[in-house]
Design a protein around this ligand. Structure first.
Ligand SMILES: C[S@@+](CC[C@H](N)C(=O)[O-])C[C@H]1O[C@@H](n2cnc3c(N)ncnc32)[C@H](O)[C@@H]1O
Ligand code: SF4
Length: 454
């Protein structure tokens, strides 16, 4: 990739796990009652034929990785587990009270923080508690994020027995100097052990998360990490761009200096080389940042054009309604988003008052719904079209104007009423989506809120 292209397009931009992106939510129009009615409507429309998705945020970690952008609370006190599980189940029961039929769970993901911080018994109580009010859909996709340092065989076996078939492990990078800088010491031996154990038990999709652009990371570190990863043959690999957003996460990310973080062409080279190795070794590029073996259902979904993207990242099927439980979780009714409080004490307090702990959100306008669809198409299919009249927005001439430079640079092409991202354009898909982001165009953020696109 030409350095001049990187210079031109490396700007702050959203990762588009939602549209509108969180900084553009119109919080003034959002109320608790509005969210509840949006939730009820979406549930009534979609539960019986699609089922619903459930995301459960488990925020605790034993130690702080200094690169981490996730919402977490660091503690070594495992006494926090039980009250938290009870609170999540209370939240779920409040949602269930508003449902007219038994919910059918199509997709369930435990994210964090570190789900494997919790004991096997507490996780079992959590899952059994959820399903005491719900039915499991056929082919329900149940997954969790496991930390290689504290995922035990017992965790893997119990979660498998409860229906989990997919696990993703945080690997990041194997080099000692990088691990030291990010305060995450973790051996290849541990990762290999938990990978083999999951496979032995019968998990059908094992994922590894790797990051490029970490502090002090050099090309050889990425090559070495990918070589080691490939030796373990995970079904999926998330190859994330390090999101350096110290202004949001405060001191946690300031364990190293800005100058220690690879940037621009140097950072992009880490990706290009890593991607080349993956493509040469049977991994297929799926959407943004994701690779999968042909046998993984994410690859099949990409082929069948059923790939979807939500706050959990990419998923193989789409549900209209996603309920996010736990501190900081975001729910999506398709017509609206709602985010729970990020403050653990407030989370407990609101639940004690029998309130679903949502504190902010956004209701999508008819224009938002159309733009959201185009952005999802681009992120998941690398193309979108307005062949259906209902997909047309009046601002299309303006959007196409915004794509002009990218068309000249051969990153996108327009064929009739279709926009197609070229092979060369795939690394710039966030920039291409930004041309569709009418809210961003109308008002650029006043302060730094997004990481760089490249
Ligand atoms: C919640 S963590 C994974 C589970 C577990 N806590 C662990 O660390 O193994 C989810 C993933 O998000 C990714 N991640 C976290 N912070 C990031 C950042 N600033 N930039 C890019 N990826 C990040 C990491 O790859 C991480 O494995
Ligand atoms: S990377 Fe995982 S273990 Fe580390 S702080 Fe973030 S959520 Fe916790």
């Amino acid at each position: 990739m030409k350095p001049s292209l990187i210079q031109k397009y490396n700007v702050p931009g959203p990762r588009y796990t939602s549209y509108p992106t969180v900084p553009y939510w119109e919080e003034n129009d959002f109320t608790y009652e509005v969210w509840i009615s949006s939730f009820r409507k979406s549930f009534a429309e979609s539960n019986s034929d699609q089922g619903i998705s459930l995301y459960i945020h488990l925020p605790f970690c034993e130690s702080m990785c200094t690169f981490c952008g996730c919402h977490k609370r660091i503690t070594k006190n495992h006494g926090v587990e039980h009250p938290y599980i009870l609170a999540v189940l209370k939240e779920w029961s409040l949602y269930c009270k508003m449902m007219t039929t038994t919910p059918i769970i199509k997709e369930l993901h435990l994210g964090g923080g570190t789900p494997t911080f919790f004991s096997v018994k507490n996780l079992e109580d959590l899952i059994n508690g959820i399903f005491s009010y719900a039915n499991k859909a056929e082919n329900c996709d149940m997954s969790f994020e496991g930390h290689p340092n504290n995922t035990t065989r017992e965790h893997l076996q119990k979660l498998y027995d409860l229906g989990f078939r997919r696990v993703s492990y945080g690997v990041q990078d194997y080099s000692e100097k990088v691990q030291k800088a990010i305060n995450r010491e973790q051996s290849f031996h541990n990762v290999a052990k938990v990978t083999f154990q999951a496979r032995e038990i019968g998990y059908t999709s094992i994922g590894h998360d790797i990051i490029f652009g970490l502090p002090f990371q050099e090309l050889q570190d990425v090559v070495d990490t990918i070589e080691k990863t490939k030796a373990l043959q995970p079904d999926r690999i998330a190859f994330y761009s390090y999101a350096h957003v110290p202004w949001i996460k405060g001191n946690g990310q300031r364990g190293f200096k800005d100058e220690d973080v690879p940037k621009d062409a140097e950072k992009r080279m880490l990706y290009e080389v890593g991607k080349t190795i993956l493509l040469e070794n049977d991994y297929h590029e799926i959407g943004m940042d994701h690779f999968a073996l042909q046998t993984d259902n994410l690859h099949k979904a990409a082929q069948n054009k059923t790939l979807h993207r939500n706050f959990m990242g990419y998923s193989a099927s789409k549900t209209q309604l996603m309920v996010g439980l736990g501190v900081s979780s975001i729910s999506d009714s398709w017509y609206g988003f709602a985010q729970n409080t990020k403050d653990l004490e407030d989370y407990y307090q609101l639940l004690e008052w029998d309130k679903i702990p949502v504190v902010k959100g956004h209701l999508l306008t008819p224009e938002d719904l159309k733009i959201r669809k185009h952005i999802l198409n681009l992120m998941c299919q690398f193309e979108t079209s307005w062949e259906n009249e209902s997909d047309y927005v009046n601002e299309f001439p303006e959007i196409i104007e915004g794509l002009h430079e990218m068309i000249n640079d051969n990153l996108v092409t327009i064929e009739g009423k279709k926009i197609i991202v070229t092979e060369k354009g795939k690394p710039f898909v966030r920039n291409i989506c930004m041309a569709f982001d009418l809210r961003l165009k109308r008002k650029m953020p006043k302060k730094k809120v997004f990481s760089m696109t490249i």
